[in-house]
Design a protein around this ligand. Structure first.
Ligand code: SAH
Length: 238
């Protein structure tokens, strides 16, 4: 067993096969290569990348596996995290979504270097526009370092099928952010089903919060492009 697969097994109960580990490392190396010519990530050493990209991305795996079968989307994927590692681990059909065209083109190149071109598609556009094209198409969505919880819930809601789930990767959400999110659960019919805090192997604090879409939202979505992030929904006044 390598140090990485040992760590994933003992710390998180996640089994990483040799083939998966090979692909994960190939992904990290490919992204670090692209990063020399394009700003995808601030992380430049393999050592840091192993923890802050690969280990961190994989912490969401059990939550993704608990979601219904079907299409997976990584919202605001940037350098393809956690999207590509989770695609490698789950074998799900995966869509990497980012509004920056050249990032998405670069990720498609990395996907084909990894032999994952059949499994991974890129969408270069705003999440709000994707929601118009692919309403209810996703069983599972992830988002890391994209936006506040209320914005993520709103952006994800129209893309998810009923019982589909949103896995939010967070460092340490404030009480205010958590309470604003819980205020709009009813409006969006997005119910919090998990909230787990833990530490990565380098001691960084992490938190995973999962929502399930339990019904149709009580507001028309998507709202106009930009509003979910600039002017998040609040609890309706009684
Ligand atoms: N998930 C990655 C990158 C986070 S940076 C990681 O954790 O490393 C956030 C990314 O989201 C940026 O690449 C930005 O271009 C994209 N983004 C922000 N708002 C977006 C929107 N409304 N639609 C699509 N992409 C968006």
């Amino acid at each position: 067993m390598t140090a990485f697969s040992e760590l994933m097994k003992t710390r998180y109960g996640i089994e990483v096969s040799d083939t998966q580990e090979e692909l994960l490392l190939k992904d990290l190396h490919a992204i670090m290569e692209v990063n020399k010519v394009m700003n995808l990530t601030r992380i430049t050493s393999e050592e840091e990348g192993m923890v802050l990209h690969l280990e961190d991305s994989l912490t969401g795996l059990p939550y993704v596996n608990d979601a219904p079968q079907g299409l997976y989307g990584d919202l605001g994927t940037g350098g393809g995290f956690p999207g590509i590692p989770l695609c490698i681990m789950t074998g799900r059909q995966t869509m990497l979504v980012d509004s920056v065209k050249k990032k998405v083109r670069a990720l498609e190149g990395v996907a084909s270097d990894l032999g994952l071109q059949e499994q991974i598609t890129g969408y270069d556009g705003r999440i709000e526009d994707l929601a118009l094209e692919k309403k209810g198409a996703f069983s599972i969505l992830t988002a890391r370092a994209l936006s506040s919880l209320p914005s993520l819930m709103e952006l994800a809601c129209p893309l998810l099928r009923k019982h589909g789930r949103l896995v939010c990767y967070k460092a340490q959400p404030s009480e205010e952010e958590l309470s604003m999110a819980s205020d709009i659960e009813g409006l969006l019919s997005m119910k919090k089903i998990a909230h787990d805090s833990f530490e990565l192997s380098d001691g960084s604090q992490r938190c995973i919060i999962v929502y399930e879409k339990i019904d149709k939202p009580h507001v028309r979505l998507p709202r106009r492009v930009g509003l979910a992030q600039k002017s998040p929904l609040v609890r309706p006044q009684k």
